[in-house]
Design a protein around this ligand. Structure first.
Ligand code: USQ
Length: 392
């Protein structure tokens, strides 16, 4: 297939690009390189240095020449484009590249960032919602058969007091029944931007007959994939700071640094989690089985659910195995979120398509721990405590 990856410079976009290229797909990578600017804005940097996108693609080609005797299928093309601001350039890229599938990661991905202030909130919604709208317009303009694989989030659902289904809910009201988009109650301006995306995508499928898969992904952890391991300079970015770091990556880094784990509130809040290796496999599965024309297909992309306290305890146990004393702190929750709640989210669609999950074993945790430990000297302790508060 010809697959265009929007947001291909990011934590997930880059490993996805390499993985799909290895699988023989022709990959195009689009990015506006803004993540690096947002990092600079909040003073965060990945735990290890990340080469520029140009450099990573160059190294990727060099390695492929040696490893795979220059199999042309492993090549990648790069396009710099702000999809939210430059619709016409996006049109041109899509017309030129002629993708069968567009994988859309190109969004501001941090809930705390979106809660920082008015500027960051408006920017997040503008960037994410307009970017997705422009992708829809570009597909309508170029070729309605292009399959859009869009990264949504489990956080769109929030923590409702009923089971979470995969995108849709059958509702019976006063004796009549209908199928509706699952009612969403997200917990940040960022998560809300993805809810708006989902509604816009569903409307476009229903109205124009285009095809979309919305992948509601849980909290991702991990750093290595087979491709990032080929060369240090192909690494993907690993964040541990309170703005861009996700909870498990943060806890592991805190354990390595020997600072108490930052459990927000009681830590009884539950989330779905997924290993980065499963993220890229899920994207592959979605690409290989396109949604039907006119269909807004939703799949919940996580493999296991844990409370935050369970995660902290797991990290603590692994740190102790590694010979380090690890304590945890329950600190006042900077977010407005339910801590004691029901949580039962369905996630069978991707396993039905063939996903075999990499579960969170102690060995997996220890691998990430060892990887982080190698870069311990880069940890900036000042970036660990949360500074953004939801309640103004
Ligand atoms: N948490 C802590 N301590 C920390 C950091 C987080 O207790 O030091 C708690 C939070 O209060 C929250 C949970 O851990 O209850 C998850 O927080 P997170 O920062 O790992 O994840 P979140 O803000 O929800 O966002 C991340 C990604 C986002 C993705 C989302 C999936 O940044 O791009 O959409 O995970 S999900 O959470 O399923 O919506």
């Amino acid at each position: 297939m010809r697959i265009l990856i929007l947001g291909g410079d990011g934590y997930l976009g880059w490993p996805t690009a390499m993985y799909l290229a290895t699988k023989g797909h022709k990959v195009g990578v689009v990015d506006n390189l803004a993540k690096r600017k947002w990092e600079a804005e909040v003073g965060s940097s990945p735990l290890w240095p990340i080469s520029s996108l140009q450099e990573r693609i160059k190294i990727w080609h060099e390695i492929n020449e040696v490893e795979f005797q220059c199999n042309y299928q492993h090549t990648m093309e790069m396009f710099v484009c702000d999809i939210a601001e430059n619709r016409h350039l996006l049109y041109k890229i899509i017309e030129g590249f002629k993708p069968d599938t567009i994988v859309h990661y190109a969004e501001q991905p941090s809930a705390p960032y979106s809660q920082m202030d008015a500027q960051a909130c408006v920017y997040t919604q503008r960037n994410n919602v307009l970017g997705t709208l422009n992708v829809l317009m570009a597909v309508l303009h170029a070729d309605k058969s292009i399959h859009i694989v869009k990264l949504g989030t489990m956080g769109e659902y929030g923590t409702p007091n009923i089971d979470i289904e995969e995108g849709w809910l059958d509702v019976t009201h006063k004796g009549r029944t209908d199928k509706v988009l699952y009612p969403k109650k997200p917990g940040s301006w960022y998560h809300l931007s993805k809810v708006h995306d989902s509604h816009n995508l569903e409307f476009a499928c229903r109205t124009w007959g285009i095809r979309v898969t919305d992948l509601n992904q849980g909290v991702v952890y991990g750093t290595d994939t087979n491709e990032t391991l080929l060369n240090d300079r192909l690494a993907t970015s690993f964040h541990y700071d309170a703005i861009f770091g996700t909870v498990l990556n943060r806890f592991i880094t805190q354990a390595v640094e020997g600072v108490p784990l930052t459990v927000y509130g009681t830590g009884t809040q539950t989330r779905g989690l997924i290993n980065i290796r499963d993220t890229i496999r899920c994207i592959e599965l979605a690409c290989e089985t396109p949604a039907d024309a006119g269909t807004f297909r939703v799949m919940n992309q996580f493999t296991e659910q844990f409370s935050i306290m369970q995660l902290a305890k797991r990290v603590q146990a692994v740190a102790i195995k590694a010979g380090v004393i690890c304590v945890m702190n329950t600190i006042p929750n900077p977010r407005v979120e339910k801590e004691n709640h029901y949580y039962n989210a369905k996630h069978t669609a991707l396993t039905n398509l063939g996903l075999i999950p990499h579960l969170l074993t102690d060995d997996v945790l220890l691998d990430i721990y060892r990887q982080v430990e190698k870069h311990k000297s880069n940890i900036n302790k000042d970036m660990i405590q949360p500074t953004v508060k939801w309640r103004q």
